[in-house]
Design a protein around this ligand. Sequence first.
Ligand code: SF4
Ligand code: SF4
Length: 370
Amino acid sequence: MRYVEYGRTGKRVSVVGFGGMRFDLAKGQEANADLVRYACAQGINYFDTAPGYCNDSSEAIFGEAFKNMPNDFFVSTKGMPTSFDTAEKAREAVLRSLDRMGVPKIHFYHVWCLRKMEHYELAMQSGGQYEGLLRCQQEGLIDHIVCSSHQPGSEIAQILGKNEFEGVLLGANILNFPYRWDGVLAANKLGCGVVAMNPLAGGAIPKHEKEFAFLADEGETPTEAALRFLIAAPQITVTLNGFTTREHVDTACRVADRAEPMTDADLERIRVHLGRNMNEVCTGCGYCKDCPQNIPIPAYMQVYNDKVMFKQDDQAMIGAMKHHHSWGNLVMRQADAKECVECGLCEEACTQHLPITARLKDIARWEAKL
Ligand code: SF4
Ligand code: SF4
């Protein structure tokens, strides 16, 4: 296992982290706790959870494992500014998490799920969540206050630039890096820790290994390539993996040991492949972004990629739209797909020659069902 310093915290964390959002609950608490201990024995020392994960049982599973861990470890959990909007509620949430995990302190506590600037402002308001977390820090209950964000890179830079958070957790992977990497670079520039979640694009890569064969080097699977993209990247501190089996742990550890970052040429090859071999796919180049109606075309076309790549039906796409309205870049949209006036400017600019207006019509139809 490779260890790196998390930002400027002085803590040396494993480049592979255990994300506690995908435990197999059918196996029971002890079997899942055993998997956590197994990961720790393999050298993983960063364990990330949150209240609510796995039907609200994730913190308790970690708590069971933490009673008997084979090595030293770091604990990370979270609280949402929308749920814990006063300092007192924020402190109570921290105490609840400590109690459920049976630990004396949380090393990395996240202001969770910033999707727009209003969420950040809510956390920072006088008497709000951040104030409660500072109090916990003074009491020795939290070591480092960090955040998780689903915002564009420019907003991540704006927030981290204020020096209130020591790191950020964000969703980046080998398929969305053309859209998400600016947030990673902004955090790097400010000396913050960067934790990546969702390395396998929500399971899409292992599920469609044949379609994603182009991601891999000789002798590796597309899943291993997707893990290597993040685990070996010098810009990423920890890559969270939602392990459910020992084999998953072994794969991630093997990739960490290999630790060969993808080169700029590899990434360019993948970007071109995403465009050329998947002709119908939006590559996120952004050339279409000046829509007179302010429709966030690249963000919408990224969602439409799911339909193109995985042949999703209408029902699945309505689900995906719902998800992206709440969590993805579409949270920030100034206009909906239905506001397209078919001026044709975007299609003229599109480097992939995509039928954007026709796709927006499909999207408008799905949005009408939300
Ligand atoms: S065709 Fe529609 S989406 Fe494209 S630029 Fe014009 S209004 Fe915007
Ligand atoms: S120009 Fe085409 S490929 Fe580029 S972001 Fe816009 S829709 Fe996607």
